[in-house]
Structures are given as structure tokens and as C-alpha cells.
Write a protein that binds this ligand. Sequence first.
Ligand code: ATR
Length: 285
Amino acid sequence: MIDSTTRLYGLIGNPVAGSRSPWIHNTLFDACGLPGAYLAFHVAPDALKDAVAGLRALNPGGLNVTIPYKTEIMAYLDSIDPMAEALGAVNTIVNQDGHWRGYNTDGPGLLAVLKRKLPDLENRQVLILGAGGAARGICGALLLGGVQRLGIWNRTESRIAPLLCDLEALAHTGKSLEAVTSPEAFKGYDLVINTTSVGMEPDTDETPLDVSMLRAGAVVCDIVYKPHWTRLLQEAASAGHPVVHGIEMLIEQALLAEKHWNLVSEEALDAVRSRLVEEFESDHK
Ligand code: ATR
């Protein structure tokens, strides 16, 4: 129940109307008996500075930041964690007695989810489908997480080279980054991540990939989370590939943010994680 001891948590973004973050965090507060309430704040394009000033005065327990403010917010923080600095994006703010520190839990969240399927992720070959903003964040996280070989495929081939060029800075010696220009090369990868919007509601009969092009046993991951079972994930699972759902990544970044804000045990997080995935799956069949 909300009372005078309840701390404010929230999300800053635009748009935020469809965000799953209030559901995730409020479920966790309830499940763990934490005195928090999480709201989504729609911040207009020219209002970020005022929103930050207002929220600072209200002294929230913590905040999340989403599109389009993950980079712009960095100018208003007191310090930034090195991982967030390297990725150039903050999605989590910790308020420690008025000192606002920015973190990135999208990257570590993605790595944690993938490592449950591929514990030796660093030594695997990863194929990224797409070359937009989502691909950029995911490639950055994988490279910082130590992945040795990353291939990028995109419908519009000319967008791959500029992305590779930006990512070179994160790829230290020994790592290989390559443009994948023919689906024949897909068999060379152990993990495929769809970062495009293909297959998202309402176009649920679309898929970015013919799974018969993949190596047997390759893990297939989709950032699209509506529907829960995208056509890509359905076809991959039917062909015997392990799959990773978009909602798992979304939940993981939220649970990592929660670890920054509150003392929550791993056992409690495990229980909430399973409950959230089950609830989401039954609502988005
Ligand atoms: P985001 O920031 O969400 O990644 P984006 O920068 O617009 O959004 O990138 C969207 C990605 O989805 C791109 O890789 C895009 O491919 P193009 O560069 O060829 O446009 C990809 N995409 C979107 N619709 C697609 C479709 N119908 N088929 C294949 N790729 C598609």
C-alpha cells in the first residue's frame, strides 16, 4: 500500500504510454514488500532539464530513462558508471543522498540473459540482424562483454559500414567485426539476435529470417516482445533451436536497476523473474 513512507521511482521518456516498466517494478515492490511506487513520466522534447530539476526536488529513490533521452540525460547527472560512459547511454539513475549516478543495465541485462543459454558467450560467433539504434546498443554491450566475433546483416547494406566504423572503438584487438552480406553465411554463427522490428504487432506474420539457414542448435533471440512468440521464435523453437524472448531482456534490465536501488536477494529476484515471464506470456499469447 502507498503511504507516507513510500519512495517514488519512475521512468522518463517519450512516449512512455506502452512501457512495461511500471508493471515490472510495481510487481517487484509488491512481491518483496518494498515501500516503492513506480510511475511513467512522459517528458516533452524541450522539457528534460525542467523534469530533472523537478524530480531532484522530489528526491526519488531511483529513475529509469528511455528513448529518446538515454544520451541527453548524461549531461544532468553527477557521475556516470564506466560501462554507461562507454556505451554512451544511461537507462538507470541511482539517487544516493542527492548525488545522481547514471548506469546502463540494458547491456549487462542482455548479457545475463544470453549467458543463461550460452555460458561461454565470449567464445561464440554472434549474428546481429539490423543496423539501427537497437543494434548499436546491443553490439556495444556484446563487444564490451567480451564477445570475440560479431557479424552484422541488414536489409539496407549501406547502413552496415557506418555502424561497424562506430563500433571499432569498442572492439579491442583480437575481436572481429564483419558485415554479413549473404544469408549463406548465417550458418557460421552460434547465436542470432533480431534487433529489427520485423514480426512486431500488428505484422505478426512477418519474420526477418528463414531459420533453415541457421546452424543446428544455434540460439535465436528476438528483441520484439509483442507478441511473446514472434513468428521467428515459433519457427526457431519448432526447428529445435533454443530461444530467448524479448521480454526476458526487458525484465532483466529492470531487475538489475532494482539491484542498484534496493537490497533485494537473488532468490527474491529469481521468483519475481519467473512470475513476470509467466504473467506476460499468458497475456500476450
Ligand atoms: P531502432 O532504433 O529501433 O533500431 P531504426 O534505427 O529505424 O530503429 O532501425 C530499424 C531496423 O529494422 C533497421 O535495421 C531496418 O532495416 P533498414 O536499415 O533496411 O531499414 C530494420 N527493418 C525495419 N523494417 C524492416 C523490414 N520490413 N525488413 C527488414 N528489416 C527491417
